[in-house]
Design a protein around this ligand. Structure first.
Ligand code: CTP
Ligand code: MG
Length: 252
């Protein structure tokens, strides 16, 4: 059984759009729906958990009910931090220890099927894997005064994306331990690393950006124009006008 948890309960404050960015259209399709359709057209995926703010649960359920050919899904309420949102998602997933759970930012709609499949295969093999690309820039460690302390060798540096994939047992244990010990990490793998389980990287691609600031919309739309749209996105294109209107009404 392969389940994907989609944290979508953020505020999108860096996007400065006055709404949760995951409802904004990218190439005419709301970012969250693009992400869910991309996973739904992947045969390895069995079910999805969409984690949204408590106040948005009913709204998201009514929007998603209009979308065709989504994999079986559940909508649950998130928390004040991404880690708490993911935890609520994990708690809603029953199953056995060796089931696979992927965590994928709803704000990364440009994920490729190749990376999804590689992360699932890697999670089965190693128990914990994360999508990554080689760092393109030189990265320095600085102190609080902005003075450079260290320049790590770039060939050892990787920018980490989602999906991050784990066996259910490892992800549950890592999240339980983090919660009990009050640890807050910036990604899911950091919780697994601290319980001593090795996490492997899986090479992804530079298109899998997280839509975070307004310029990411321009870049994301350029990527969409330059590639063939998935069959499911094409199939749902007609309903998108209605869905975008629904979203607009709700946020005005
Ligand atoms: N997220 C979440 N619950 C939170 C915070 C974030 O589910 N309490 C989700 C976001 O909806 C997003 C993903 O985690 O899909 C990655 O987070 P980020 O890009 O930081 O999104 P936001 O937190 O919404 O944006 P910002 O930090 O600019 O407010
Ligand atoms: Mg955030």
């Amino acid at each position: 059984m392969v389940t994907v948890i989609f944290p979508a309960a953020g505020k999108g404050s860096r996007m400065q759009a006055g709404m949760n960015k995951v409802f904004m259209p990218l190439g005419g399709v709301p970012i969250l729906i693009r992400t869910l359709l991309q996973y739904s057209s992947c045969s390895e995926i069995d079910q999805m958990v969409v984690v949204v703010a408590a106040a948005e649960v009913d709204f998201v359920k009514s929007v998603l009910s209009k979308v065709q050919r989504l994999k079986p899904y559940n909508v649950v309420a998130g928390g004040s931090e991404r880690q708490y949102s993911v935890l609520n998602g994990i708690k809603s997933v029953n199953g056995s220890d060796d089931d696979i759970i992927l965590v994928h930012d709803a704000a990364r709609p440009l994920i490729s099927h190749e990376t999804i499949t590689a992360v699932i295969d890697g999670a089965k093999k190693y128990g914990g894997v994360i999508a990554a690309v080689a760092a393109k820039n030189t990265i320095k460690v600085c102190d609080n005064e902005g003075v450079v302390k260290e320049t790590p060798d770039r060939s050892t540096l990787w920018e980490i994306q989602t999906p991050q994939g784990f066996t259910r047992k490892i992800l549950l244990e890592a999240n339980d331990r983090a919660q009990a010990e009050g640890f807050l990490g910036t990604d899911d793998a950091s919780l697994v690393e601290r319980i001593g389980h090795p996490v492997h990287i899986v090479k992804s691609d530079y298109r899998n950006i997280k839509i975070t600031t307004p310029e990411d919309i321009i870049v994301g739309e350029a990527f969409i124009k330059s590639q063939e749209q998935s069959r499911l996105i094409e199939k749902n294109k007609r309903i998108m006008v209605e869905i975008n209107d629904l979203i607009k009404d709700c946020w005005q």
